[in-house]
Ligand binder design. Structure first.
Ligand code: NAP
Length: 282
């Protein structure tokens, strides 16, 4: 029976480190601050924003909300971004996505100062991940996978990781982060042949296909560490890409959904605010 790799202790460790860092800034008279830019009043966006602000409060980061009308024009949005870039009291900016179709999200991401880009919208951060530079601000979910693996599995050197996902937001940057940890990486996708054999022969299996309960016991072995990144819903109930019960019966360890990758991802978003401050010489 697998050990359950809960995200909570990993998130808690990061939270406690951040509380100390934020307090140190406050002692110097600098109040770490994140601004969330939201277009319109979508209740899901507002709920997400409130969750981020609750975490901010616990850590000692100021959270500001900037709501733009649904009719906001591209030039107006870019002006807002420029203002935030130049505002020394704002250290991180989160632009809630997806943006309305009339806006060019790529151009907006490129306009955002790299050091304030806490959710990897600016391709300059992705580029740094691919080059292997330590001053990159990575996308939160791939980074959360690494944090969980390091917390529960320790040193990843020489471990073989199989990732099911080749997207630019998930599988590709995750592969680069795993390489930085000296893991050996195989990226898989919908055209991969013999996926069960590949996956079950790996030390680490990262499931991020976005298909509910797709991967059963044939994708794992007794040595597998499984990280389930999928967020799916069956009859309104959240589940991952793993057939959890079947995989947990056999694997060495597995993250649950919910309660695995998600809580770590939310903490890392705010860690990026503090990291961005360091990058800016604060
Ligand atoms: P995506 O762009 O749709 O990518 C899915 C990937 O899985 C693609 O590479 C696809 O292959 C592959 N795939 C799909 N079905 C497959 C199958 N039957 N066999 C093998 N490979 C298959 O999705 P995404 O945006 O990267 O997100 C993936 C999942 O992660 C979603 O469930 C999403 O909700 C979740 N997610 C979670 C978090 C978190 O914080 N936990 C954050 C972001 C996303 P092809 O390239 O060949 O199409």
């Amino acid at each position: 029976m697998a050990e359950i790799f809960y995200g909570k202790p990993v998130a808690e460790k990061i939270r406690l480190e951040m509380i100390q860092q934020a307090a140190a800034y406050r002692e110097k008279g600098i109040i770490p601050c994140v601004t969330i830019v939201r277009v319109g009043e979508n209740p899901d966006d507002k709920a997400y924003e409130n969750r981020v602000f609750r975490n901010c409060e616990q850590i000692g980061i100021e959270g500001r909300s900037l709501e733009l009308p649904l009719t906001v024009r591209q030039e107006e949005f870019l002006e807002v971004v420029e203002k935030l870039n130049g505002d020394d009291s704002v250290h991180g900016v989160l632009i809630l996505r997806p943006l309305p179709a009339h806006l060019d999200a790529d151009a907006i991401g490129r306009a955002l100062a790299r050091e304030k880009d806490i959710d990897c919208m600016n391709p300059a951060n992705l580029e740094k991940i691919f080059v292997g530079q330590k001053d990159a601000i990575p996308p939160c979910t791939p980074e959360a996978v690494i944090e969980i693996l390091k917390y529960y599995a320790g040193d990843l050197t020489g471990k073989h990781a199989v990732i099911v996902n080749r997207s630019l937001v998930l599988g590709k940057p995750l592969a680069m982060l795993l390489l930085q940890e000296n893991a050996t990486v195989t990226i898989c996708h919908s055209k991969t042949k013999n996926l069960p054999q590949l996956a079950s022969s790996a030390d680490i299996f990262i499931a991020a296909a976005g298909r509910a309960k797709l991967f059963g016991e044939e994708y794992v072995s007794e040595k597998s560490f499984v990280v389930d990144v999928g967020i799916n819903f069956i009859d309104g109930k959240m589940c991952g890409d793993m057939d959890f019960d079947a995989a947990a019966e056999k694997a060495a360890g597995i993250t649950p959904v919910p309660g695995g990758v998600g809580p770590v991802t939310s903490m890392l978003l705010l860690r990026h605010v503090l990291f961005g401050m360091q990058l800016n010489g604060k």
